[in-house]
Design a protein around this ligand. Structure first.
Ligand SMILES: [Zn+2]
Length: 269
């Protein structure tokens, strides 16, 4: 699933291509992808200009003219790819015809959604309202207070979008390894020093991942159809049974918070 760095990269790569362009038409081939229903959705977006793009957690938002908004959630395998005259990607379920090119929404597993929203609907959107803070906006003290008194496992807490927005399986496993913290450790057991170090590492890993265009695992590509490179810097994610880069112990794989979890049983305490 595209996590914060991937959605941020899609936003940046699309922004430079589509900002200022008008949506001339929209072809929807999978009814369940859009809200409201396809006919109304197409009518709403037709002739609207794309004014700007924003990211919140793992959501991508288009601001269109006349205060209309498009809210994208990519879930497992959603892709949003702009091309001036390139071919249509496989599993395309929606095509926006823009003034100078085409914007394709493709999705192998078909769990993604695109919602057209008026401003008041956006402001009262239940999924957005319950989102936690962005990791970059938190101070170390605020981050510590999110962990304090919580008896849940670190992995479960960090994956919870209502606590902190944008982290998923890849970046939780990578940051906990770099911080030397066991994913099953109780969140409330961290000292301020450990929490503040973890927060700093989360921000560093996310920044580095954004700088390298995100992690291309599964089928992730950016808004121009290009792969990211941060997967080359993964230390534990997807490394089950391989030696730990720090101590050589084989990387363990277990299920925590119903998610596959990679960690080093020696380095992470
Ligand atoms: Zn190790």
């Amino acid at each position: 699933m595209p996590e914060l760095p991937e959605v941020e990269t899609i936003k940046r790569t699309l922004s430079r291509n589509i900002t200022g362009q008008k949506i001339k038409a929209c072809e929807i081939r999978l009814a369940k992808l859009v809200r409201p229903e396809p006919e109304i959705f197409s009518d709403l977006v037709k002739d609207k200009k794309i004014l700007g793009l924003k990211r919140r957690g793992k959501f991508l938002l288009f601001h269109l003219s006349q205060d209309l908004f498009l809210l994208f959630h990519f879930r497992l395998t959603g892709q949003l790819i702009y091309t001036q005259n390139g071919p249509e990607p496989p599993y395309t379920h929606l095509r926006f015809d823009l003034e100078n090119g085409k914007l394709f929404y493709a999705d192998l597993r078909q769990f993604g959604t695109i919602e057209a929203l008026r401003k008041d609907e956006l402001l009262h959107h239940p999924s957005l309202l319950k989102l936690g803070r962005e990791p970059f906006d938190l101070t170390a003290e605020e981050f510590y207070s999110l962990l304090k008194g919580r008896r849940r496992k670190l992995k479960a807490l960090l994956l919870d979008q209502s606590v902190i927005a944008g982290l998923g399986n890849i970046y939780v496993d990578e940051t906990l390894f770099r911080a030397g913290l066991h994913p099953a450790r109780e969140a409330s057991s961290l000292s301020f020093k450990e929490a503040s170090n973890l927060h700093q590492i989360i921000c560093e890993v996310l920044q580095e991942a954004i700088a390298t265009g995100g992690s291309s695992v599964r089928n992730y590509v950016d808004g121009e159809g290009k792969n990211g490179r941060f997967q080359e810097q993964h230390l534990v994610y997807g490394k089950r049974g391989k030696p730990c880069p720090r101590c050589g112990t084989l990387i363990s794989y277990t299920t925590i918070a119903s998610r596959g979890t990679h960690f080093c049983p020696v380095c992470q305490r």
